[in-house]
Structure formats: structure tokens, C-alpha cells
Design a binder for this molecule. Sequence first.
Ligand code: ADP
Ligand code: MG
Length: 728
Amino acid sequence: MSGLRFNAILESQKRTPLPIEEKGRRSEFFATNVFNEDKMLQYLTKDALESVRGAIDSGSKIERKIADQVAEAMKGWAISKGATHYTHWFQPLTGTTAEKHDAFFDLLPDGKALEKFGGGQLVQQEPDASSFPHGGIRNTFEARGYTAWDPTSPAFLYGTTLCIPTIFVAYTGEALDNKAPLLRALNAIDDAATAVAKYFDKNVSKVNATLGWEQEYFLIDKSLAMSRPDIVMTGRTLVGQTAAKGQQLDDHYFGVIPSRVLSFMRHLEVECTLLGIPVKTRHNEVAPNQFELAPIFEEANLAVDHNLLLMDVMEKVAEKHHLKVLFHEKPFAGINGSGKHNNWSLATNTGVNLLSPGSTPMKNLQFLTFFVNTIKAVDTYEELLRSSIASASNDHRLGANEAPPAIISIFIGKQLSSVLDELEGVSQGKLSPEEKTELKLNVVGKIPEIMLDNTDRNRTSPFAFTGNKFEMRGVGSKTNCAKPMTVLNTIVAKQLMAFKTEVDVLVDKKNLKKDEAIFNVLREYIKTSKRIRFDGDGYSLDWEKEAAKRKLSNNKNTPDAIQVLTSKESLELFKSMGVMSEVEVKARQEVELEAYIMHVQIEGRVFNELIYSYVIPSVVEYQNRLINNVRGLKEIYGASFKKQANSQLIIIEAISGHIAILKEKTDAMVEERKKANIMTDTHKKAYAYCEKVKPYFEEIRYHCDKLERLVDDQLWPLTKYRELLFVK
Ligand code: ADP
Ligand code: MG
């Protein structure tokens, strides 16, 4: 009998929901552990506060004297709340976050102890980061990396450590992280969108990209999760017969949240609230044991930090509840995987959402401007946008038979489609007064009403307009949102700049009125970006064919998807927008490929272990039992034993058959791995893993799952799907 599996099941059944203590009203303890504006008001002089505000709003530099003061204030605040350490908190290209803790505690030359933290330590640090992925940047430049304070994301107290959000760059200036390019992209969209927004309102001086992510995840009992080597090592199940019941009854979606899970969620929400993460909704998702959490949207950089912090907090809180969070995009075959919808919009310093239709024709023209430019940007750079969400684990969703597909398209709904259709008919050049009135009253003017009953929703579209924001749905549940947000904001910034240039030319050279010029340029964008608009079922074969006709990319795996990163157009885009240099982009591609290789490699190794050390031994044990039985029958019945032993013999042979194939395929997979491992070109190696190694996984799984159904449940060593997913 399989000890680990049955002990884990027994363990999991002893659990009870942990009692959760709310710390009063959430609005009252929101951001208690964040060194935000409120705390700065308390702890900083007026000058210092102004200086930090300047850095946040316009990126101005904070002088060393002021940094000293901020550091002193942060230290005082943090220590008063029990902090002993501080850390620069950063986002290396591994996709997660990293930290290295230093104690405030220090000794003076005379041996006296004190707590020390100055501007120097706040502003810059040099983590020993030699083993973070850098895609060759540090080798090329023989430069070390350092972390630098990002004052736009407030420091926070986590446990007893003061965490300071930072960027991570090489001494030669190249970004070694995901945050630095994001900040540059946000800067680019601020400049570009502000310039365009000024057409409509001179008072606009800043535009922030906003992000509201929706985090999906699975929760599994910790003992059960730990009983599966594949979950422990790869975050997903590599094998496993699907349970008799999956998600077909829809009885989990938005159903009653199981009490143990609710207790976890409440605990998590309390922690998030203390950390200033504005969590808002929680519910069951489609698959059993799958859940979702979403916050109120925030400025994109802060939202990215909050998502990364959330994922970390989730793991820690889950541990206390004897649960394991699975962030993998496809932890279980046969049921839905997890994503992280990125809701995105643009907000002005005057409090206007630029993707929200307004109450006057002018406001609606503003809406249309940003709406159409976003569509145009996504049309031009659809393949690049796809590349930003590529990963080994997300390949199981995008391009596999699950929404959304790997083809980027935009859903805007019937009503807005017909508005765009009408705008296509706008006259060239100057517009007659009648046409202008007609446009304002009956096309642009009707938008708010249209939006009110814009109930048609398309759940499979990878990029959907949902009322006052675009929703990017292909982002993986594990992905750092900084990656798609960097690309999205860069391409829209680029597009808005091109738009402004075109409009200005029409106004200056062709004497068109501003609104006429805008209508003229938008008309052309609507015409030329039509192929990206698609309202139908995003993952049908017909759409694949149609998308191919439209020349939309359909990159189903990571090595294919990320080639475009280093195309001439992409390199030019990132460079011209000041987001990434060629070296930085190439480094990122290299890091992504390496990550891909490692993921598939690790999965391959775990397959070996599962097949040779778990599956085959237990199956042989069962087969021996059958053989003994047949032997016994032969003893009793002599020559006519076959009549009695027929079924047993069939099972014995079936087992041998599956074992033979398992052995053959596993060994062949190992051979392909060996061949791949000696390749020195990262691109070729990634393709070898993708095209030569990975295809064996499906075959191995198939035979393994067949065996799971054949052998005695008591002997099967791997915790089954029904136990992982339905034991509460
Ligand atoms: P859904 O039906 O997809 O759940 P919701 O309207 O509930 O849509 O919003 C989902 C997410 O969108 C939330 O996280 C919310 O904060 C975010 N969101 C709403 N408005 C904006 C906006 N203007 N910019 C960015 N995100 C937004
Ligand atoms: Mg959503």
C-alpha cells in the first residue's frame, strides 16, 4: 500500500478552518504597514515631502540630503513597528521578486550598538546578484548590478523587514529586471498620452496607465500537494487520470466558498489590507479548487508591485492554513487553467479615464481617439504583445485547446463596431457643417447610451474592450504583469506619437480644424486595423484559418512566440521609445529561452523519476499479484485454467504492454534531452526541447494514465485527481 499517498489523505482530512481575527474595519487598517503619504506627512519636513512628491509625479531627482531625511523617517517608522531589517525588494528576470535582508543593527568603532539606515542605503545597494539571470549583459560588460530606490512605489513593512521597492540595473545602465523597462514604458505613455489628451483639455499634465489584475489560482491541501513529486518540482501534475467528475456540472463556479478556503481568503485579505493592496473581490472559479482574487485597479507600476507582493503573501498565508497555492497556468489536465486578466486603461491627473465615453461629443471624440489608437497599436504589434505573455507554463493555455487562443484579436462588441463602421465613411479632408453635426449628434454623441446596454460579452477574446478599459486575457497566472504592461504601454505610446504627428500635419499644412483632422486620421486607422477585430469564438479551427488569411500571428509555443522580440521593428520600437536598448532586448530573449529550456528539462527529469521510481514498481507489484493468482488457478484447474484466468491474463499483458511503451518512450525522451543538452545555441536548444523532448510527455502521460485505471487503487503511489481536487 502506498504510504505517502494514504497518509496525506488522512492528514488532509484532519484539517479544520483556522479562526481569523479581523483587525477592525478594513478601511481603518488599510495600508497600516505602508510608508505612504500619510506617514510621510507625519515623519517628513515639508521640503522633503515636496521632494518625494516631485519624484513621484514628474520623476525629479531626490537629493542626497533629502534621501537621508527620508531614510531616517522610514527607519523611525519601521522600528517603531518592530522592524529589525531592511531590504531592497526587486524583480530579477526570474519573474518573481528577490530580497536580501540587512539588519538596521550596527556597531560604532567603540563597540556601542545602534540602529543605522541612511540615504546611502535607501538609494542604492549592491546585492550579490551574480546568479540572477542576465542574458549575457553582465558578462559582456563585466559589470556588477545594483538596486536603486523607486520612490513611486511606497516602502512597506513585511513581517519585521522594511521592504524598499527598487529597480535592478547593471553598472553600465542596462536593466537587469522587469521593473526598469516598465517604468520607462510608463514614462513613454505618460508623455505620448498627455500630448494627445491636451487636444481635448489643456489642463492635463500627466497620464497614468492603470492596471487592475485578476489573479486566478488553485488551492490544494498541503500534504496532498507534497505527496506528488511533480507538483513539488514543477508546480503541475505531469500525469494523472482525470477524475470521474470535472467541472462539467458547473457546481463550483461562483458557488459557496469552502470554509477552509474562506478562512484562508479572509486571512489573506487582512494581510493584503495591512500592506495597502486594495483587494476587493473573491470567488470560486470554473474548475474545482480554483479561485480568483481581484483588487481595485491602481497606477500600473504600483499594481504590478502589489501583484508580486500578493503572490508572495499568498504562499505564506497558505502555509499557515496547510494549503499549497498553485500559480501554474495548467496544473491539471482536463479542467480549466489559470490566467491573470490585465485590465488596462489611461487616467489623467484631472481624474478622467481616457477610455471612458463621456457626456459631451468632445469627450467622446477623446474616448474614440484613445480607443482607436489602442486598436491600431495592437494591430501593428500583435505578435510582440503575444511574445510578452509567452512562457513554458502558459503554452498549456495559449495555443492549446483553451481560451484565450495564441492569436491576438480584439473584441469591441457590436455597438462599438457599428460606430467604427460609420466613422469609416467620414469624408476626406474638410467636413461640411452638416456632416460634423451628424457625426456629433448621431455617431459620437450616441456612445454613452450604447455603452449602457453593451451587454454582449465575449469570454474567449484575448483582448476585449469592457466598457471603460481593455482587458488582456492571455496573461499567465504566474507571469509578472510588468512584461505585458511594458509592451502594451510602449506600443500605445508609439502609436499615440504617430497619431499626434499626423493630426498636427493636417492642422498645420492642410488647414483642417483639430476635430476634422482627428476624424480623418481615425478613419484611416479604423480601415487599416480591421483585421485585428474579431467578435467570434476565439478558439475554433475556423478562426485559425481566418486569422491566417488575415496574416495574424499564431505562435503556439514560447520559442516561436519570442523570436519577434529581436526583429528589426521590435528593436527599433523599444529603442525609439527609450524603453530598452538592443542589448537589453536580446538579453531578455536569451533569459526567456533559458527559462523555457530549464522548465521543460526539469519536467523531463521528473517524468523519469515518476515512471521508473513510482509507476513501474507499483504496477509490477500488482502484476505479480495477478501472476500469483493465475498460478493458483492453474494449480487448481490444471490444463483448463485459462478459462478461469482469462481476464487476469489480459490485464497482465495490458500492463506489460504499457510498461514496455513507458520504458521505450521515457528512454527515448532521455536520449533527446542528452542531444539537446550539448547544444550551445540557446535558440536551437529551446527548439530541441520544444519539438523533440516535449512531444514525449503526452505519450508517456497517456500510458501512465491508462495504468492508473488498471491497477489496484491501494497500490497506486500518486495521489489521484479526485483526491487532490475534491477532498475538502
Ligand atoms: P470582470 O467582469 O472582468 O470581473 P470588473 O468590472 O469587475 O470586470 O473589473 C475587473 C477588474 O478591472 C478589477 O480588478 C478592476 O479593478 C479593474 N478595472 C476597472 N476599471 C479599471 C480601469 N479604469 N483601469 C484598470 N483596471 C480597471
Ligand atoms: Mg476579467
